[in-house]
Design a protein around this ligand. Structure first.
Ligand code: XMP
Length: 317
């Protein structure tokens, strides 16, 4: 009968057969799908799998370092690329959400292509595509930094001419998690909330700057750590914070402040297509709000988003 273990066994055998001694390059995102795909391919071909993990400067606080370390801990052959400045330069002056997505996607392609060129004789591009990606029910907002959605970026980069290997394409998300679990992937990777490819770039409304990224990383970190500490993280589909392009008046000691507003968003969902705002305890929201305003300079007001999808979306951009 079908079990995650038998899926792993069968897939590894098929991958060995298909890939032989060929080299494969794969872009890791830090998310569940690309991580499980990488581990499966790694089980089959070991060091011939070259993983590339790009820091686009739009990840969560300390995420680049932590994710890189956990991949290395799993024995993956992973190349980390800190390309933050390239992404910030590409985003300079852009305020339109779709223009920002495009700039992020295009920069990702360029960075990935540069790195892929450094590996000689690559034959395959590995991808963490899952079944819902194929039926196109997931990202409805436009191009993400998943590689396949960028066929329109002006000439095909070389890595896109590679043969494609997608070991998870028959699975749904829960299946991917079970397969990951049977390969002993750590829970902190398996249980991760979904995170958009353009990252904090679409949670900073308006122009993205390094300073705003730092503010939002600190806000997000307080919120997400709080959810984890209070045991709320696993019951939520996705959570995060938006930095609004709005200043409001506040008071700190005897001083009048005029600083940014952040919106916290947490939703429950089964597939991201529809979502309900998470009914988080008031005490928890109050504590998180206090922490944010006291600890993050530049923010003096916190609001909680109580819109459901539809008609609102999960992200604000
Ligand atoms: P929305 O905001 O459309 O989001 O309700 C649904 C899910 O998709 C994620 N999302 C994206 N993921 N690139 C991605 O890789 C994107 O451009 C993008 N936009 C939204 C969002 O985080 C949620 O999980």
């Amino acid at each position: 009968s079908y079990t995650p273990n038998s899926f792993v066994e069968t897939s590894v055998a098929e991958l060995k057969e298909k890939l032989g001694n060929d080299k494969v390059v794969l872009g890791l995102s830090g998310g569940v799908d690309s991580s499980v795909a990488a581990l499966l391919i790694h089980k089959a071909i070991g060091k011939n799998l070259y993983c590339i993990f790009v820091d686009n400067g739009l990840l969560r606080k300390n995420e680049y370092q932590q994710v890189l370390e956990s991949y290395q801990g799993l024995g993956l052959n992973v190349i980390g690329v800190d390309a933050s400045q390239r992404f910030y330069a590409a985003l300079k002056g852009l305020t339109d959400p779709e223009a920002k997505r495009k700039a992020i996607g295009k920069t990702f392609i360029e960075v990935f292509d540069d790195e892929a060129h450094k590996i000689s004789d690559v034959k395959w591009l590995g991808q963490g595509t899952i079944y819902p990606d194929i039926i196109e029910s997931v990202s409805v907002k436009g191009p993400s930094v998943t590689i396949k959605s960028h066929h329109n970026v002006g000439g095909l980069p070389d890595f896109m001419k590679l043969k494609i290997v997608e070991p998870l394409k028959t699975l749904f998300k829960d299946g991917v998690r079970l397969v990951g679990k049977s390969m002993e992937m750590p829970q902190h990777i398996l249980g991760r909330h979904p995170f958009p490819g353009p990252g904090l770039g679409i949670r900073i409304l308006g122009e993205v700057t390094a300073e705003k990224v730092e503010i939002l990383q600190n806000v997000d970190d307080i919120f997400i750590s709080g959810l984890k500490e209070k045991g709320l993280y696993d019951s939520i589909w996705q959570a995060g914070a938006m930095l609004l392009p709005v200043q409001s008046v506040g008071v700190m000691g005897d001083e009048r402040t005029y600083e940014s507003v952040v919106a916290l968003r947490a939703v429950t969902s089964v597939d991201g297509m529809t979502a309900d705002w998470a009914h988080l305890p008031y005490e928890f929201l109050g504590e998180v709000s206090n922490n944010i305003i006291n600890k993050v300079r530049g923010v003096n007001r916190v609001v909680y988003d109580i819109s459901s999808k539809p008609p609102a979306t999960i992200e604000w951009e």
